[in-house]
Design a binder for this molecule. Sequence first.
Ligand SMILES: Cc1cc2nc3c(=O)[nH]c(=O)nc-3n(C[C@H](O)[C@H](O)[C@H](O)COP(=O)(O)OP(=O)(O)OC[C@H]3O[C@@H](n4cnc5c(N)ncnc54)[C@H](O)[C@@H]3O)c2cc1C
Length: 465
Amino acid sequence: MLSENSIKELRTNLRGGLIEPGDQAYDEARKVYNGMIHKRPRLIARCADAADVIHSVNFSREHNLLLAMRSGGHNAGGLGICDDGLVIDLGPIKYARVDPAARTVTVGAGCTWGDVDHATHAFGLATPSGILSTTGVGGLTLGGGIGHLTRKCGLTIDNLLSADVVLADGKFAKANADENPDLFWAIRGGGGNFGVVTAFTFKLHPVDMIYGGPMLYELSETAEVMKWYRDLIATAPDDLNGFFAFLTVPPAAPFPEHLHMKKMCGVVWAYAGPQTKAEETFKPIRAFKKAALDLVGPLPQPALQSMFDALYPPGLQWYWRADFVNELSDEAIAQHIRFGNALPSMHSTMHLYPINGAASRVGKNDTAWNYRGATWAQVMVGVDPDPANNEKNISWTKSYYEALHPYSAGGAYVNFMMDEGEERVKATYGDNYERLVAIKNKYDPDNLFRVNQNIKPGKKKPGTN
Ligand SMILES: Cc1cc2nc3c(=O)[nH]c(=O)nc-3n(C[C@H](O)[C@H](O)[C@H](O)COP(=O)(O)OP(=O)(O)OC[C@H]3O[C@@H](n4cnc5c(N)ncnc54)[C@H](O)[C@@H]3O)c2cc1C
Protein backbone atom coordinates (compact mmCIF):
# COMPACT_ATOMS: atom_id res chain seq x y z
CA MET A 1 0.00 0.00 0.00
CA LEU A 2 1.26 3.47 -0.84
CA SER A 3 0.76 6.00 1.94
CA GLU A 4 -0.72 9.41 1.16
CA ASN A 5 2.39 10.94 2.69
CA SER A 6 4.78 9.16 0.36
CA ILE A 7 2.72 10.21 -2.67
CA LYS A 8 2.64 13.76 -1.36
CA GLU A 9 6.41 13.72 -1.00
CA LEU A 10 6.87 12.50 -4.57
CA ARG A 11 4.47 15.18 -5.81
CA THR A 12 6.50 17.85 -4.01
CA ASN A 13 9.70 16.52 -5.53
CA LEU A 14 8.46 16.67 -9.12
CA ARG A 15 8.72 19.79 -11.21
CA GLY A 16 6.63 18.27 -14.03
CA GLY A 17 3.69 17.05 -11.92
CA LEU A 18 2.05 13.85 -10.70
CA ILE A 19 -1.23 12.48 -12.05
CA GLU A 20 -3.45 10.00 -10.17
CA PRO A 21 -6.69 8.16 -11.00
CA GLY A 22 -9.54 10.60 -10.56
CA ASP A 23 -7.50 13.60 -11.70
CA GLN A 24 -8.99 15.41 -14.68
CA ALA A 25 -5.83 14.79 -16.73
CA TYR A 26 -5.68 11.06 -15.90
CA ASP A 27 -7.58 9.53 -18.84
CA GLU A 28 -5.73 11.62 -21.41
CA ALA A 29 -2.36 10.94 -19.76
CA ARG A 30 -2.79 7.16 -19.79
CA LYS A 31 -3.66 6.98 -23.50
CA VAL A 32 -1.05 5.48 -25.79
CA TYR A 33 -0.86 5.46 -29.58
CA ASN A 34 -2.34 1.95 -29.97
CA GLY A 35 -6.08 2.27 -29.22
CA MET A 36 -6.16 -1.44 -28.33
CA ILE A 37 -4.21 -0.79 -25.12
CA HIS A 38 -6.13 0.35 -22.03
CA LYS A 39 -4.03 0.36 -18.87
CA ARG A 40 -4.60 2.09 -15.55
CA PRO A 41 -1.39 3.09 -13.78
CA ARG A 42 -1.45 4.04 -10.10
CA LEU A 43 0.72 7.12 -10.72
CA ILE A 44 1.92 9.02 -13.79
CA ALA A 45 5.01 11.15 -13.16
CA ARG A 46 5.25 13.89 -15.76
CA CYS A 47 9.02 14.31 -15.72
CA ALA A 48 10.39 17.71 -16.66
CA ASP A 49 14.07 16.89 -16.23
CA ALA A 50 16.56 14.24 -15.09
CA ALA A 51 15.92 15.20 -11.45
CA ASP A 52 12.23 14.26 -11.81
CA VAL A 53 13.29 10.95 -13.34
CA ILE A 54 15.69 10.24 -10.46
CA HIS A 55 12.94 10.90 -7.90
CA SER A 56 10.51 8.66 -9.81
CA VAL A 57 12.97 5.78 -10.23
CA ASN A 58 13.85 5.94 -6.52
CA PHE A 59 10.17 6.04 -5.55
CA SER A 60 9.31 3.06 -7.70
CA ARG A 61 12.24 1.00 -6.38
CA GLU A 62 11.70 1.93 -2.71
CA HIS A 63 7.97 1.17 -2.88
CA ASN A 64 8.34 -1.94 -4.98
CA LEU A 65 6.04 -0.40 -7.57
CA LEU A 66 6.01 -1.68 -11.16
CA LEU A 67 7.73 0.90 -13.37
CA ALA A 68 6.99 1.76 -17.01
CA MET A 69 8.43 4.60 -19.04
CA ARG A 70 7.27 6.34 -22.14
CA SER A 71 8.79 8.70 -24.62
CA GLY A 72 6.37 8.96 -27.57
CA GLY A 73 3.89 6.29 -26.38
CA HIS A 74 4.01 4.67 -29.83
CA ASN A 75 4.96 1.17 -28.79
CA ALA A 76 2.40 -1.17 -30.38
CA GLY A 77 2.66 -3.64 -27.53
CA GLY A 78 1.80 -0.81 -25.12
CA LEU A 79 5.16 -1.04 -23.35
CA GLY A 80 5.03 2.67 -22.49
CA ILE A 81 2.34 2.12 -19.86
CA CYS A 82 1.39 -0.41 -17.16
CA ASP A 83 -1.43 -1.36 -14.81
CA ASP A 84 -1.18 -0.33 -11.14
CA GLY A 85 2.42 0.88 -11.34
CA LEU A 86 4.24 4.16 -11.83
CA VAL A 87 4.69 5.54 -15.34
CA ILE A 88 7.60 7.85 -16.04
CA ASP A 89 6.23 10.10 -18.77
CA LEU A 90 9.21 11.77 -20.41
CA GLY A 91 6.98 13.95 -22.64
CA PRO A 92 7.85 17.26 -20.96
CA ILE A 93 11.61 16.80 -21.58
CA LYS A 94 11.32 18.33 -25.01
CA TYR A 95 14.20 20.22 -26.59
CA ALA A 96 16.47 19.70 -29.57
CA ARG A 97 19.75 21.63 -29.72
CA VAL A 98 21.73 21.51 -32.96
CA ASP A 99 25.46 22.09 -33.05
CA PRO A 100 25.93 22.82 -36.77
CA ALA A 101 29.73 22.96 -36.56
CA ALA A 102 30.03 19.59 -34.86
CA ARG A 103 27.07 18.24 -36.88
CA THR A 104 25.31 16.87 -33.81
CA VAL A 105 21.93 17.29 -32.18
CA THR A 106 21.15 16.76 -28.50
CA VAL A 107 17.56 15.80 -27.91
CA GLY A 108 15.39 15.57 -24.79
CA ALA A 109 13.73 12.16 -24.34
CA GLY A 110 10.23 13.62 -24.75
CA CYS A 111 10.81 14.62 -28.39
CA THR A 112 9.08 13.00 -31.29
CA TRP A 113 11.02 12.55 -34.50
CA GLY A 114 9.01 15.45 -35.93
CA ASP A 115 10.52 17.70 -33.24
CA VAL A 116 14.03 16.53 -34.18
CA ASP A 117 13.50 16.89 -37.96
CA HIS A 118 12.11 20.38 -37.42
CA ALA A 119 15.22 21.42 -35.49
CA THR A 120 17.82 19.86 -37.78
CA HIS A 121 16.25 20.67 -41.15
CA ALA A 122 16.74 24.39 -40.55
CA PHE A 123 20.48 23.62 -40.79
CA GLY A 124 20.12 21.34 -43.83
CA LEU A 125 20.98 18.35 -41.62
CA ALA A 126 19.22 15.13 -40.56
CA THR A 127 19.72 11.93 -38.59
CA PRO A 128 18.07 8.64 -39.55
CA SER A 129 14.80 7.75 -37.79
CA GLY A 130 11.60 5.96 -38.85
CA ILE A 131 8.81 6.66 -41.34
CA LEU A 132 6.37 8.61 -39.13
CA SER A 133 7.13 11.91 -37.44
CA THR A 134 4.89 11.17 -34.44
CA THR A 135 7.01 8.27 -33.11
CA GLY A 136 9.01 8.92 -29.94
CA VAL A 137 12.77 9.32 -30.05
CA GLY A 138 13.22 7.16 -26.92
CA GLY A 139 11.70 3.82 -27.87
CA LEU A 140 12.61 3.96 -31.55
CA THR A 141 16.26 4.72 -30.82
CA LEU A 142 16.81 2.21 -28.04
CA GLY A 143 15.29 -0.61 -30.13
CA GLY A 144 17.43 0.24 -33.20
CA GLY A 145 15.66 2.66 -35.54
CA ILE A 146 14.83 1.71 -39.15
CA GLY A 147 13.62 4.24 -41.72
CA HIS A 148 14.11 6.11 -44.98
CA LEU A 149 17.82 6.78 -44.38
CA THR A 150 18.85 3.32 -43.13
CA ARG A 151 20.72 2.29 -46.27
CA LYS A 152 22.62 5.59 -46.44
CA CYS A 153 23.28 6.41 -42.77
CA GLY A 154 22.66 3.15 -40.88
CA LEU A 155 20.24 2.52 -38.04
CA THR A 156 19.40 5.31 -35.62
CA ILE A 157 21.66 3.66 -33.01
CA ASP A 158 24.55 3.75 -35.46
CA ASN A 159 24.28 7.53 -35.20
CA LEU A 160 23.91 7.71 -31.44
CA LEU A 161 26.98 9.37 -29.93
CA SER A 162 25.99 9.67 -26.29
CA ALA A 163 23.09 9.25 -23.88
CA ASP A 164 22.24 10.54 -20.39
CA VAL A 165 20.87 7.66 -18.34
CA VAL A 166 19.19 7.38 -14.95
CA LEU A 167 20.04 3.93 -13.61
CA ALA A 168 17.97 1.57 -11.44
CA ASP A 169 19.74 2.74 -8.26
CA GLY A 170 18.81 6.35 -9.08
CA LYS A 171 22.34 7.32 -10.08
CA PHE A 172 23.00 9.31 -13.23
CA ALA A 173 25.41 8.02 -15.89
CA LYS A 174 26.70 9.08 -19.27
CA ALA A 175 26.86 6.34 -21.88
CA ASN A 176 29.18 6.82 -24.84
CA ALA A 177 32.35 5.38 -26.33
CA ASP A 178 34.47 6.69 -23.42
CA GLU A 179 32.11 6.62 -20.43
CA ASN A 180 30.40 3.38 -19.43
CA PRO A 181 31.03 1.78 -22.84
CA ASP A 182 29.30 -1.45 -21.75
CA LEU A 183 26.10 0.48 -21.08
CA PHE A 184 26.52 2.33 -24.37
CA TRP A 185 26.84 -1.00 -26.18
CA ALA A 186 23.72 -2.39 -24.49
CA ILE A 187 21.37 0.57 -25.03
CA ARG A 188 22.07 0.47 -28.76
CA GLY A 189 19.40 -2.14 -29.46
CA GLY A 190 18.72 -3.41 -25.94
CA GLY A 191 15.66 -1.16 -25.48
CA GLY A 192 14.68 0.28 -22.12
CA ASN A 193 16.24 -2.58 -20.14
CA PHE A 194 19.14 -0.68 -18.61
CA GLY A 195 17.89 2.71 -17.47
CA VAL A 196 15.82 5.74 -18.33
CA VAL A 197 17.49 7.80 -21.03
CA THR A 198 16.78 11.48 -20.51
CA ALA A 199 18.83 12.86 -23.45
CA PHE A 200 20.33 11.55 -26.68
CA THR A 201 23.11 13.05 -28.83
CA PHE A 202 23.05 12.04 -32.49
CA LYS A 203 25.40 12.51 -35.42
CA LEU A 204 23.88 14.61 -38.24
CA HIS A 205 24.24 14.21 -42.00
CA PRO A 206 23.92 16.80 -44.76
CA VAL A 207 20.51 15.53 -45.87
CA ASP A 208 18.13 18.33 -46.82
CA MET A 209 16.00 17.47 -49.86
CA ILE A 210 14.97 13.91 -50.68
CA TYR A 211 13.73 12.57 -54.00
CA GLY A 212 11.10 10.16 -52.83
CA GLY A 213 7.52 9.06 -52.30
CA PRO A 214 5.32 6.09 -53.25
CA MET A 215 5.35 4.32 -56.61
CA LEU A 216 2.37 1.98 -56.84
CA TYR A 217 1.55 -0.97 -59.08
CA GLU A 218 -1.47 -3.20 -59.69
CA LEU A 219 -1.81 -6.06 -57.23
CA SER A 220 -1.89 -8.46 -60.19
CA GLU A 221 1.72 -7.39 -60.91
CA THR A 222 3.01 -8.24 -57.42
CA ALA A 223 5.15 -11.24 -58.38
CA GLU A 224 6.98 -9.30 -61.06
CA VAL A 225 7.37 -6.18 -58.88
CA MET A 226 8.59 -8.06 -55.82
CA LYS A 227 11.20 -10.05 -57.75
CA TRP A 228 12.46 -6.91 -59.49
CA TYR A 229 12.55 -5.01 -56.19
CA ARG A 230 14.38 -7.89 -54.46
CA ASP A 231 17.12 -7.90 -57.09
CA LEU A 232 17.37 -4.12 -57.30
CA ILE A 233 17.73 -3.48 -53.57
CA ALA A 234 20.50 -6.10 -53.30
CA THR A 235 22.85 -3.94 -55.38
CA ALA A 236 21.34 -0.46 -55.07
CA PRO A 237 23.63 2.43 -54.05
CA ASP A 238 23.39 3.34 -50.34
CA ASP A 239 21.82 6.68 -51.27
CA LEU A 240 18.71 4.83 -52.46
CA ASN A 241 16.26 3.43 -49.92
CA GLY A 242 12.95 1.84 -50.78
CA PHE A 243 10.59 -0.25 -48.71
CA PHE A 244 8.11 -2.59 -50.33
CA ALA A 245 4.47 -2.33 -49.20
CA PHE A 246 1.01 -3.75 -49.70
CA LEU A 247 -1.54 -1.05 -49.10
CA THR A 248 -5.00 0.28 -49.84
CA VAL A 249 -4.99 3.67 -51.56
CA PRO A 250 -6.59 6.18 -49.13
CA PRO A 251 -9.71 7.94 -50.44
CA ALA A 252 -8.17 11.41 -50.34
CA ALA A 253 -5.85 13.79 -52.19
CA PRO A 254 -3.18 13.53 -53.55
CA PHE A 255 -4.37 10.11 -54.69
CA PRO A 256 -6.44 10.15 -57.92
CA GLU A 257 -10.09 9.16 -57.44
CA HIS A 258 -9.94 6.17 -59.76
CA LEU A 259 -7.46 4.52 -57.38
CA HIS A 260 -9.30 5.29 -54.13
CA MET A 261 -9.68 2.21 -51.88
CA LYS A 262 -7.85 0.03 -54.39
CA LYS A 263 -5.49 -2.59 -52.97
CA MET A 264 -2.07 -2.17 -54.52
CA CYS A 265 1.58 -3.01 -54.07
CA GLY A 266 4.47 -0.66 -54.39
CA VAL A 267 7.69 0.82 -53.13
CA VAL A 268 8.12 3.96 -51.03
CA TRP A 269 11.36 5.42 -52.30
CA ALA A 270 13.79 7.82 -50.65
CA TYR A 271 16.84 8.92 -52.60
CA ALA A 272 19.09 11.00 -50.35
CA GLY A 273 22.06 11.44 -52.69
CA PRO A 274 22.90 14.54 -54.75
CA GLN A 275 19.58 15.82 -56.04
CA THR A 276 21.15 16.57 -59.44
CA LYS A 277 21.52 12.79 -59.86
CA ALA A 278 18.02 11.87 -58.72
CA GLU A 279 16.23 11.77 -62.09
CA GLU A 280 19.06 9.70 -63.54
CA THR A 281 18.91 7.26 -60.61
CA PHE A 282 15.20 6.75 -61.21
CA LYS A 283 15.50 6.20 -64.97
CA PRO A 284 15.94 2.39 -64.69
CA ILE A 285 13.26 2.25 -61.98
CA ARG A 286 10.78 4.01 -64.23
CA ALA A 287 11.91 1.95 -67.20
CA PHE A 288 11.09 -1.31 -65.38
CA LYS A 289 7.37 -0.78 -65.84
CA LYS A 290 4.91 2.10 -65.89
CA ALA A 291 3.59 2.51 -62.37
CA ALA A 292 -0.14 2.99 -61.89
CA LEU A 293 0.79 5.91 -59.64
CA ASP A 294 4.14 7.65 -59.43
CA LEU A 295 4.28 10.26 -56.68
CA VAL A 296 8.07 10.22 -56.48
CA GLY A 297 9.71 13.63 -56.64
CA PRO A 298 11.76 16.18 -54.71
CA LEU A 299 10.57 17.09 -51.23
CA PRO A 300 12.11 18.38 -47.99
CA GLN A 301 13.25 15.63 -45.64
CA PRO A 302 10.63 16.45 -42.92
CA ALA A 303 7.87 16.26 -45.56
CA LEU A 304 8.82 12.67 -46.39
CA GLN A 305 9.13 11.84 -42.69
CA SER A 306 5.59 13.04 -42.01
CA MET A 307 3.96 11.81 -45.24
CA PHE A 308 2.01 9.02 -43.52
CA ASP A 309 1.14 10.82 -40.25
CA ALA A 310 -2.39 11.76 -41.34
CA LEU A 311 -3.14 8.20 -42.46
CA TYR A 312 -2.15 6.80 -39.07
CA PRO A 313 -3.44 9.16 -36.35
CA PRO A 314 -3.21 8.08 -32.69
CA GLY A 315 -5.95 5.81 -31.36
CA LEU A 316 -6.26 3.21 -34.15
CA GLN A 317 -6.35 -0.49 -33.23
CA TRP A 318 -2.94 -2.03 -34.01
CA TYR A 319 -1.76 -5.62 -34.05
CA TRP A 320 1.53 -6.62 -35.61
CA ARG A 321 3.94 -9.50 -36.15
CA ALA A 322 7.46 -9.32 -37.54
CA ASP A 323 10.57 -11.19 -38.63
CA PHE A 324 14.00 -10.50 -40.05
CA VAL A 325 14.41 -11.81 -43.59
CA ASN A 326 17.62 -12.75 -45.40
CA GLU A 327 16.21 -13.80 -48.76
CA LEU A 328 12.95 -13.28 -50.57
CA SER A 329 12.44 -16.60 -52.34
CA ASP A 330 9.87 -17.14 -55.08
CA GLU A 331 7.98 -19.41 -52.62
CA ALA A 332 7.88 -16.62 -50.02
CA ILE A 333 6.66 -14.21 -52.69
CA ALA A 334 3.80 -16.60 -53.53
CA GLN A 335 2.71 -16.46 -49.87
CA HIS A 336 3.00 -12.67 -49.82
CA ILE A 337 0.69 -12.47 -52.83
CA ARG A 338 -1.89 -14.65 -51.08
CA PHE A 339 -2.07 -12.35 -48.04
CA GLY A 340 -1.52 -9.08 -49.92
CA ASN A 341 -4.67 -9.86 -51.91
CA ALA A 342 -6.56 -10.31 -48.64
CA LEU A 343 -5.62 -7.05 -46.85
CA PRO A 344 -8.43 -6.97 -44.27
CA SER A 345 -8.85 -3.19 -43.86
CA MET A 346 -7.91 0.14 -45.41
CA HIS A 347 -5.10 0.74 -42.88
CA SER A 348 -3.68 -2.80 -42.79
CA THR A 349 -0.36 -3.25 -44.50
CA MET A 350 2.85 -5.22 -44.89
CA HIS A 351 6.23 -3.51 -45.10
CA LEU A 352 9.63 -4.91 -46.01
CA TYR A 353 12.23 -2.42 -44.78
CA PRO A 354 15.72 -2.85 -46.26
CA ILE A 355 18.49 -3.05 -43.67
CA ASN A 356 21.35 -3.79 -46.03
CA GLY A 357 23.64 -0.92 -47.07
CA ALA A 358 25.24 1.14 -44.27
CA ALA A 359 23.35 -0.68 -41.47
CA SER A 360 24.84 -4.00 -42.55
CA ARG A 361 28.42 -2.76 -42.35
CA VAL A 362 28.32 -2.49 -38.55
CA GLY A 363 29.46 -5.73 -36.91
CA LYS A 364 26.76 -7.90 -35.32
CA ASN A 365 28.59 -7.74 -31.98
CA ASP A 366 29.48 -4.04 -32.17
CA THR A 367 26.11 -3.05 -30.71
CA ALA A 368 23.37 -5.13 -29.07
CA TRP A 369 21.48 -5.17 -32.41
CA ASN A 370 22.37 -8.59 -33.77
CA TYR A 371 20.74 -9.10 -37.17
CA ARG A 372 23.24 -7.11 -39.22
CA GLY A 373 23.30 -9.74 -41.94
CA ALA A 374 19.56 -9.66 -42.66
CA THR A 375 18.32 -7.89 -45.78
CA TRP A 376 14.91 -6.79 -44.50
CA ALA A 377 12.88 -6.21 -41.38
CA GLN A 378 9.43 -7.47 -42.29
CA VAL A 379 6.25 -6.42 -40.51
CA MET A 380 2.63 -7.30 -41.12
CA VAL A 381 0.13 -5.05 -39.42
CA GLY A 382 -3.62 -5.35 -38.97
CA VAL A 383 -4.89 -1.80 -38.34
CA ASP A 384 -8.37 -0.34 -38.12
CA PRO A 385 -10.22 2.45 -36.31
CA ASP A 386 -13.01 0.09 -35.22
CA PRO A 387 -12.39 -2.44 -32.40
CA ALA A 388 -15.22 -4.55 -33.87
CA ASN A 389 -12.81 -5.50 -36.67
CA ASN A 390 -9.98 -6.58 -34.36
CA GLU A 391 -10.66 -10.30 -34.59
CA LYS A 392 -10.56 -10.25 -38.40
CA ASN A 393 -7.41 -8.08 -38.54
CA ILE A 394 -5.55 -10.05 -35.87
CA SER A 395 -6.41 -13.32 -37.55
CA TRP A 396 -5.08 -12.07 -40.93
CA THR A 397 -1.88 -10.79 -39.29
CA LYS A 398 -1.21 -14.03 -37.43
CA SER A 399 -1.92 -16.24 -40.44
CA TYR A 400 0.25 -14.06 -42.68
CA TYR A 401 3.09 -14.17 -40.15
CA GLU A 402 2.80 -17.95 -39.72
CA ALA A 403 2.88 -18.49 -43.50
CA LEU A 404 6.03 -16.37 -43.89
CA HIS A 405 7.89 -17.21 -40.69
CA PRO A 406 9.42 -20.43 -42.16
CA TYR A 407 11.16 -18.24 -44.77
CA SER A 408 12.55 -15.84 -42.16
CA ALA A 409 15.93 -15.48 -40.46
CA GLY A 410 14.56 -16.29 -36.98
CA GLY A 411 14.38 -13.26 -34.70
CA ALA A 412 12.48 -10.01 -35.15
CA TYR A 413 13.10 -6.30 -34.72
CA VAL A 414 12.21 -5.67 -31.05
CA ASN A 415 10.32 -2.49 -31.91
CA PHE A 416 7.97 -4.48 -34.15
CA MET A 417 7.22 -7.13 -31.52
CA MET A 418 4.27 -7.32 -29.16
CA ASP A 419 4.20 -9.82 -26.27
CA GLU A 420 5.92 -12.83 -27.82
CA GLY A 421 7.79 -14.36 -24.89
CA GLU A 422 11.34 -14.85 -23.67
CA GLU A 423 12.49 -17.26 -26.37
CA ARG A 424 11.64 -14.80 -29.11
CA VAL A 425 13.60 -12.04 -27.32
CA LYS A 426 16.58 -14.40 -27.03
CA ALA A 427 16.33 -15.31 -30.71
CA THR A 428 16.38 -11.63 -31.59
CA TYR A 429 19.60 -10.90 -29.70
CA GLY A 430 21.33 -14.10 -30.85
CA ASP A 431 24.91 -14.34 -29.62
CA ASN A 432 24.65 -10.91 -27.97
CA TYR A 433 22.13 -12.19 -25.43
CA GLU A 434 24.59 -13.48 -22.82
CA ARG A 435 26.51 -10.20 -22.85
CA LEU A 436 23.23 -8.31 -22.44
CA VAL A 437 22.37 -10.47 -19.41
CA ALA A 438 25.77 -9.70 -17.86
CA ILE A 439 25.23 -5.94 -18.37
CA LYS A 440 21.68 -6.25 -17.00
CA ASN A 441 23.14 -7.97 -13.91
CA LYS A 442 25.48 -5.03 -13.44
CA TYR A 443 23.03 -2.16 -13.98
CA ASP A 444 19.62 -3.60 -13.09
CA PRO A 445 20.05 -6.88 -11.16
CA ASP A 446 16.51 -6.70 -9.69
CA ASN A 447 14.89 -6.08 -13.06
CA LEU A 448 13.29 -2.78 -12.10
CA PHE A 449 13.10 -2.02 -15.83
CA ARG A 450 10.99 -4.93 -17.00
CA VAL A 451 8.07 -3.38 -18.89
CA ASN A 452 9.87 -3.90 -22.20
CA GLN A 453 11.12 -6.74 -24.41
CA ASN A 454 12.74 -7.99 -21.28
CA ILE A 455 16.30 -9.18 -20.88
CA LYS A 456 16.08 -11.00 -17.58
CA PRO A 457 19.01 -10.74 -15.17
CA GLY A 458 20.91 -13.98 -14.59
CA LYS A 459 20.35 -15.95 -11.40
CA LYS A 460 22.25 -14.58 -8.42
CA LYS A 461 24.89 -16.90 -7.01
CA PRO A 462 24.15 -18.10 -3.44
CA GLY A 463 25.87 -15.87 -0.88
CA THR A 464 25.89 -12.78 -3.10
CA ASN A 465 23.63 -9.77 -2.64
C1 LIG B 1 2.70 3.71 -36.51
C2 LIG B 1 4.05 3.25 -36.13
C3 LIG B 1 5.10 3.42 -37.01
C4 LIG B 1 6.38 2.99 -36.66
N1 LIG B 1 7.39 3.15 -37.57
C5 LIG B 1 8.64 2.75 -37.23
C6 LIG B 1 9.72 2.96 -38.12
O1 LIG B 1 9.56 3.48 -39.21
N2 LIG B 1 10.94 2.55 -37.74
C7 LIG B 1 11.17 1.97 -36.54
O2 LIG B 1 12.32 1.64 -36.25
N3 LIG B 1 10.17 1.75 -35.68
C8 LIG B 1 8.91 2.14 -36.00
N4 LIG B 1 7.88 1.91 -35.13
C9 LIG B 1 8.14 1.17 -33.90
C10 LIG B 1 8.65 2.08 -32.84
O3 LIG B 1 10.05 2.19 -32.98
C11 LIG B 1 8.35 1.50 -31.46
O4 LIG B 1 6.96 1.39 -31.32
C12 LIG B 1 8.95 2.34 -30.35
O5 LIG B 1 8.82 1.64 -29.15
C13 LIG B 1 8.27 3.67 -30.22
O6 LIG B 1 8.99 4.53 -29.41
P1 LIG B 1 8.22 5.48 -28.39
O7 LIG B 1 9.22 6.21 -27.62
O8 LIG B 1 7.19 6.28 -29.13
O9 LIG B 1 7.49 4.38 -27.51
P2 LIG B 1 6.99 4.33 -26.00
O10 LIG B 1 5.70 3.57 -26.06
O11 LIG B 1 6.98 5.66 -25.38
O12 LIG B 1 8.09 3.45 -25.31
C14 LIG B 1 8.27 2.12 -25.66
C15 LIG B 1 9.32 1.46 -24.84
O13 LIG B 1 10.58 2.03 -25.15
C16 LIG B 1 11.35 2.19 -24.00
N5 LIG B 1 11.65 3.62 -23.85
C17 LIG B 1 11.04 4.66 -24.44
N6 LIG B 1 11.66 5.79 -24.13
C18 LIG B 1 12.67 5.47 -23.30
C19 LIG B 1 13.69 6.21 -22.65
N7 LIG B 1 13.79 7.52 -22.81
N8 LIG B 1 14.57 5.55 -21.86
C20 LIG B 1 14.49 4.21 -21.71
N9 LIG B 1 13.56 3.46 -22.33
C21 LIG B 1 12.67 4.09 -23.11
C22 LIG B 1 10.61 1.65 -22.85
O14 LIG B 1 11.03 0.32 -22.61
C23 LIG B 1 9.19 1.62 -23.33
O15 LIG B 1 8.54 0.56 -22.77
C24 LIG B 1 6.60 2.38 -35.42
C25 LIG B 1 5.53 2.23 -34.53
C26 LIG B 1 4.28 2.65 -34.88
C27 LIG B 1 3.13 2.43 -33.94
